[in-house]
Design a binder for this molecule. Structure first.
Ligand code: AMP
Length: 279
């Protein structure tokens, strides 16, 4: 496994890899969710590259950039064990040298939901992902459905800018109780982790109602709101029933819908979602 931290070394190492290359961009502090993307990339490609970069431009000034969890040595040993060929671990100065002054705005799909609550977030994501694609030049890139809007934004970026990369969206990995794995779960106390299960429970109940014939999106939003309001300390940012590709809110659930939510549990902001499709 080659570990490189400069763009020049990443390009040289990448050039020596034969066949198709799968790429998994991450911010590190790896868990089974990240590793599931690595395994999928290995199934579909000849070699796999992973980046570990806590991208400062996707954090708002009041967010958790400085306390974002880091465990580089542990991450590297997990990736070595997994059989990854290339790990790119640049520092912020390598990616954003003095004078760097470009940013990508992916438009309407980046505006609602996370975009509304985290101004500038998707512009930071789209810009760094475009740079990483240019540096690593992967055949396919693997992203988690956990960050559903990010998947929609990256897909639109790749389409609109004709980037020659196939985007593969991978299922959410959860713990045995249903909590979606996230590096930020490490901020949660034991009791907060238990209470956070309500997120997945509420999505499961919504799915059940839709399977039983409910088609009204407002009814589903209200149902989830009622369940989440059982925890007086939850602060709900949004509950959305939207088109999975455009993120436009739906009135009726006809074909497929992305049901997503963001909740602040204490000082930690959690997101979760489920996609429902008409059978
Ligand atoms: P992050 O390190 O949080 O930026 O995540 C890197 C990639 O891993 C993104 O594509 C995430 O969507 C994906 N990811 C994070 N958590 C999970 C999870 N629980 N299941 C599947 N993919 C995930």
């Amino acid at each position: 496994m080659q570990i490189v931290s400069t763009i020049a070394a990443a390009r040289e190492t990448r050039a020596r890899l034969d066949g198709t290359l799968g790429f998994v961009p991450t911010m590190g502090f790896l868990h089974e969710g990240h590793l599931s993307l690595v395994r999928r990339a290995q199934e579909e490609c000849d070699a796999v590259a992973v980046s570990i970069f806590v991208n400062p431009t996707q954090f708002a000034p009041d967010e958790d950039l400085n306390r974002y969890p880091r465990a580089l040595e542990r991450d590297l040993s997990l990736l070595r064990e997994a059989g990854v060929s290339l790990v790119f671990t640049p520092d912020a100065g390598e990616i954003y040298p003095p004078g760097f002054d470009t940013s990508i705005d992916v438009g309407e799909v980046s505006r609602p939901l996370e975009g509304a609550f985290r101004p500038g977030h998707f512009s930071g994501v789209a810009t760094v992902v475009a740079k990483l694609f240019n540096i690593i030049q992967p055949t396919k890139a693997f992203f988690g459905q956990k960050d559903a809007q990010q998947c929609a934004v990256i897909s639109k970026l790749v389409t609109d800018l004709n980037i020659p990369v196939e985007v593969v969206v991978c299922d959410i990995v959860r713990n045995e109780k249903g909590l979606a794995l996230s590096s930020r779960n490490s901020y949660l106390s034991k009791s907060e982790q238990e209470r956070a299960l309500l997120l997945h429970d509420s999505l499961g109940k919504a799915e059940g109602h839709i399977a039983a014939g409910e088609r009204n999106a407002s009814t589903i939003r209200a149902l989830i709101g009622d369940i989440l309001s059982k925890d007086a300390d939850f602060c709900v940012d949004y509950i959305s029933v939207a088109d999975p590709h455009t993120l436009t809110e739906l009135e009726n659930i006809d074909d497929e819908a992305l049901i997503s939510l963001a909740v602040r549990v204490g000082a930690t902001r959690l997101i979760d979602n489920v996609v429902v499709r008409k059978k």
